[in-house]
Write a protein that binds this ligand. Structure first.
Ligand code: 0RA
Length: 654
């Protein structure tokens, strides 16, 4: 034995070998939390809840649990309750402690007991509930099992005593309550909307399980607390209905299959609508695989082959003068694909790309079987689908011409930069920022106010095209949108797939949308974000898209002046300066960027030292898809309702 091993063994003996192991495991999580839960911001915070829920989902998938309840509490904690068998509290053979304590204090311990059950869920990083424990100032586990109630409590992962019986129970289940550690996370405030979106998604992905969320911080008019219950009978077919929401469908009902191919459970649902965008969401073990992978490859391959065979056999393609591409089969398609994989290999930048090669054949077989049966049994719908594909192919043909025009034009203008762009002098994209500004007048102010070394300005004319409603060749026809591509140095993608962005020559690593702080301004910002979501998704995922936040008010008292960004800030300031009485103060309301002079715009909105930029992130792609299609679609009532429900976004002018 080496000197080092010798010393470690000695040390282990004096502390008790297992406690050393535990300490090392959870200490590592606290030292590098991002390595285990992704990040320490809002995403990582909510990841803690997902990690706990995932254990309950596993118990449900094993057939032992029907209900999972999530509560957000006033003390900043979250409680997850399930009616499963309860985490075993018996002494765990091999370790001198209860199985419960092992699950909660040993990294990756979860799977050890679950060999016989069907464990496929598990958070993105599959780290287990011990990570949650390590990152919580306090965690309480209450187990109802074998007629008793067992409780054990922890602080930062350290047990505060052994598990003990505190009473009798005629139920079974697990209740985990935890308070995230504020010294680890940049924020510890749980968001109802983020958690409810995830629960809705989980309900669709695992039909039959009832998932409830209650926000004990928010009391409704009738005295109850804010609450939502999600339970799906029709699984992914219902998910596709939800995603399509306000879209106009070409066929009435979603096509759906839930099967097992080569021991791999595969569930698929899909439907065609009259839009021009492709919305496919794929999941592996309930994890959203935003980078796709082998299951997506199998899906695309099976879809293209089966539809193409049918279209060829039907003779409908005989008049078509050009080839149909894979893209054409997916225009106006909304689909969800979910597979459960025993030992998933995740690859890619964000570890959300499935690598297991055997899965593509399983999905290919499932989608082929589903579609072949459907087309056979629904000749009327089959014809509608093939016609849609032909329409897409024709439009793509036109789009290619538009694209070639863009490319030719950019060659003609030399460097290819649009004339409207006021570029910066710095060349390192990592240091460069570009502001998309609404209107030429605000554009002028921004040009004066900016630091021209690293800040570029691109004025955009009024409302850019609503890409949610436009065919892709119309999108590439739009001068404003072509300006965006050329200014950013991003090329349009391939013939096959216009979403395959090439942004290796991206010229700015901060792309900032700067619009007026009123309803029109936020509508324009939404149009631009919709464009990025549908056509430059990868730039958002890479964290390059931001929104500027201009102030709403300037309050003056004599020589003193201060900007306010919200109504509440203005009220507080008037209270502080004048006991709530506005007389004697000068309160200026900024309706638009144009009302600020260049210096004010720099001070409040553009100067990196003093401004607030909000980064655009996609918390839940399926939910974002649903919201964008609703906000930008034809159906007015749901859009109005959304804007009313999210009034902070729109109430500024009311
Ligand atoms: C392993 C074995 C058994 C239950 C569980 C795990 C279990 C874990 C969690 C985590 C959250 N909720 C849970 N519910 C159950 C039970 C084995 C048996 O009773 O035979």
């Amino acid at each position: 034995m080496s000197e080092l091993e010798d010393r470690l063994a000695n040390e282990a003996e004096s502390y008790g070998a297992d406690s050393i192991q535990v300490l090392e495991g959870l200490e590592a999580v606290r030292k590098r939390p991002a390595m285990y839960i992704g990040d320490i911001n809002i995403k990582g915070l909510h990841h803690l809840v997902y990690e706990v829920i995932d254990n309950s989902i596993d118990e449900a998938l094993a057939g032992h649990c029907q209900n999972i309840d999530v509560e957000i509490n006033t003390d900043g904690s979250v409680t997850v309750t399930d009616d499963g068998r309860g985490i075993p509290t018996e002494l765990h053979t091999g370790e001198n402690k209860s199985a419960l304590e092992v699950v909660l204090t040993v990294l990756h311990a979860g799977g050890k007991f679950n060999k016989d059950s069907y464990k496929v869920s598990g958070g993105l990083h599959g780290v287990g509930v011990s990570c949650v424990n390590a990152l919580s100032t306090h965690l309480r586990a209450e187990i109802h099992r074998g007629g008793k109630i067992w409780v054990q409590e922890f602080e930062k992962g350290f047990p505060q005593g052994d598990v003990k019986i505190i009473g009798d129970s005629d139920k079974t289940g697990t209740i985990i309550n935890f308070i995230p550690d504020g010294t680890i996370f940049t924020t510890t405030e749980f968001k109802f909307d983020i958690l409810s979106a995830r629960l809705r998604e989980l309900a669709f992905l695992n039909r039959g399980i009832s998932l409830t969320i209650v926000d004990n911080r928010v009391e409704e008019e009738d005295g109850s607390f804010k609450k939502e219950v999600f339970c799906s009978e029709r699984g992914l077919a219902e998910f596709v209905d939800y995603l399509d929401g306000t879209r106009e469908r070409l066929i009435e009902e979603a096509i759906h299959i839930s099967t097992e191919k080569n021991d791999v459970p595969v569930e698929i649902a899909m439907c065609y609508n009259n839009s021009y965008t492709e919305n496919i969401h794929s999941y592996v073990n309930n994890i959203n695989t935003i980078e796709g992978g082998t299951h997506m490859t199998g899906f695309r391959r099976g879809l293209t082959r089966t539809l193409k065979n049918y279209a060829d056999a039907s003779g409908m393609l005989s008049k078509l003068k050009f080839e149909i591409s894979g893209d054409d089969f997916r225009e106006g398609l909304t689909a969800v694909l979910s597979v459960k994989v025993q030992e998933p290999q995740f690859e890619g930048q964000t570890k959300t790309k499935l690598g297991n090669s055997e899965i593509s054949a399983s999905v290919d077989q499932a989608v082929s079987e589903m579609l072949a049966n459907y087309l056979e049994e629904h000749p009327r719908e089959a014809k509608i689908i093939v016609n849609k594909v032909i329409l897409a192919a024709t439009a793509r043909h036109a789009a290619r011409k538009a694209r070639e025009l863009v490319q030719r034009k950019s060659i003609l203008t030399g460097g290819g930069l649009p004339g409207k762009l006021a570029d910066c002098s710095e060349k390192d994209p990592g240091l460069c920022e570009v502001f998309f500004v609404e209107g030429d007048s605000a554009g002028g102010t921004a040009k004066q106010g900016r630091d021209r070394k690293f800040q570029a300005i691109l004025p955009l004319r009024g409302k850019i095209l609503n890409v949610e409603k436009a065919m892709s060749h119309r999108v590439f026809d739009s001068e404003e949108i072509r300006n965006i591509y050329t200014a950013l140095g991003v090329s349009i993608g391939t013939e096959e797939d216009h979403k395959a962005l090439n942004f290796s020559k991206l010229r700015y690593h901060k792309i900032v949308i700067m619009t007026d702080a009123d309803v029109d301004g936020s509508h324009i910002a939404t149009l631009i974000m919709t464009f990025f979501f549908r056509y430059m998704y990868d730039l958002i995922v890479n964290g390059y898209l931001y929104i500027a936040t201009p102030p709403l008010y300037l309050v003056k008292k004599g020589k003193q002046e201060q900007y306010c960004w919200t109504e509440q800030e203005r009220i507080n300031l008037i209270e502080e300066w004048a006991g709530g009485n506005e007389k004697g103060l000068h309160v200026q309301r900024y309706k638009g960027l144009g009302e600020m002079n260049a210096e004010q715009l720099w001070d409040t909105t553009m100067n990196p030292e003093t401004r607030t930029l909000r980064q655009v992130t996609i918390e839940n792609p399926a939910e974002t898809d649903h919201v964008f299609s609703m906000l930008m679609g034809d159906d007015v009532p749901p859009r109005r309702k959304f804007i009313e429900d999210n009034a902070t976004y729109a109430n500024i002018d009311i």
